[in-house]
Design a protein around this ligand. Structure first.
Ligand code: FES
Length: 84
């Protein structure tokens, strides 16, 4: 299980959901999305620390160093992200 820190304060735990986006939704956190398949980039989110793994190769443009696409990734360590 990975700890997910959001906007430096909210902490949730990843417990095996299909995607980080699903995990955020199950915890009542607002998350923007459209395709939910890594195509559109609407879910693009800043990543400050930690590692994720992509369950589907994303086609949307994003900065692999600083951003993630929560609709198609899962955390592989504790992560810190920003949704503001
Ligand atoms: S919702 Fe489209 S890339 Fe994530």
């Amino acid at each position: 299980m990975s700890k997910i820190t959001i906007n430096s304060q909210t902490v949730i735990t990843y417990t095996g959901q299909k995607s980080l986006l699903e995990c955020m939704e199950e915890n009542g956190l607002p998350a923007e999305y459209n395709c939910r398949q890594g195509f559109c980039g609407v879910c693009r989110t800043k990543k400050f620390s930690g590692e994720v793994k992509y369950v589907v190769d994303p086609l949307a443009f994003y900065d692999e160093q600083e951003e993630i696409l929560p609709c198609v990734c899962i955390p592989t360590s504790d992560i810190e992200i920003g949704t503001d």
